[in-house]
Design a protein around this ligand. Structure first.
Ligand code: MTE
Ligand code: MO
Length: 252
């Protein structure tokens, strides 16, 4: 087999494992293969870009008028529904695990910390992109407040939503390493396009990790856990979609 045929075959095989990417069914195998091809280009590209480089930013005029909401858009879990009913007044972001000082912060407390805004492009593995302005607090600020213990290696984001909307369904989660966690554009966003973060986009708090692809950007964050290894979390692959075949490192 020549290299091109081998590549096409490999891409098609990989694509079949990715049917219903990001929870959207019905995409043709050819389309899935095309996207996997894009993924190969991206992987080559990212080998050449330093991890701490900034993601491109855009002007207000470039903000997408209709930023798509994807994956969970209105979690049905009872704890989330109760918090939402109260306007998230009782919401607490918990940061625990391998930290010296576990934190439990209200939204007001998060807003009282230095705020950062950035206009960036979101890039979903399904092949669409949208631009928005995100406002929040740098993750690094909170990690430094909590104080990482020796051995801390990954940051795990536990979310409120289960994609099947069942109370006992597996809840979304994601994880990143300390390079992405400390990246200057990595924020916990509570604002989008100058407004309070809307429910479809992850209210009350979501991750923006701008050098990574869409599924890494955990929405509906309930708890942040600092770990030495994510082998014992969920299915052990570091994220809801990673447990279903996606790559853990999805740098762009
Ligand atoms: N908690 C949670 N986070 C999530 C998802 C999800 O279903 N649940 N979907 C992911 C995917 S695949 C994408 S592309 C983005 C979509 O973010 P958006 O709804 O703001 O477009 O959120 C990511 N984070
Ligand atoms: Mo996505």
């Amino acid at each position: 087999m020549n290299r091109r045929r081998w590549l096409t075959g490999a891409v098609a095989t990989a694509a079949t494992t990715l049917l219903s990417a990001c929870g959207q069914a019905g995409t043709s195998l050819a389309e899935q293969a095309r996207r996997m091809g894009e993924g190969l280009t991206r992987r080559t590209q990212r080998l050449l870009i330093p991890r701490d480089a900034l993601a491109p930013t855009y002007s207000r005029a470039e903000i997408s008028p209709d930023f798509r909401a994807n994956g969970s858009i209105d979690p049905a879990a009872a704890d989330y529904v109760a918090l939402k009913a109260g306007g998230f007044a009782d919401y607490r972001l918990v940061i625990d695990g391998l930290v010296e000082r576990p934190l439990s912060l209200t939204l007001a407390e998060l807003r009282a910390r230095p705020a950062q805004s950035q206009i960036t492009k979101h890039d979903c593995v399904e092949g669409w992109t949208s631009i928005a302005e995100w406002t929040g607090v740098r993750l690094e600020i909170l990690l430094d407040e909590a104080g990482l213990k020796p051995g801390a290696k990954y940051i795990v984001f536990h979310c409120f939503d289960a994609l099947d909307q069942r109370e006992d369904g597996e809840r979304y989660y994601e994880s990143i390493d300390l390079i992405d966690a400390r990246h200057p554009q990595t924020i916990l966003a509570y604002g989008m396009n100058g407004e309070t973060l809307p429910v479809p986009h992850g209210a009350p708090l979501r991750l923006r990790v701008e050098r990574q692809i869409g599924y890494k950007h955990a929405k509906y964050i309930k708890r942040i856990e600092v770990v030495a290894s994510f082998a014992g979390v969920g299915g052990g692959k570091g994220g809801y979609w990673e447990d279903r075949g996606y790559e853990w490192f999805a740098g762009i």
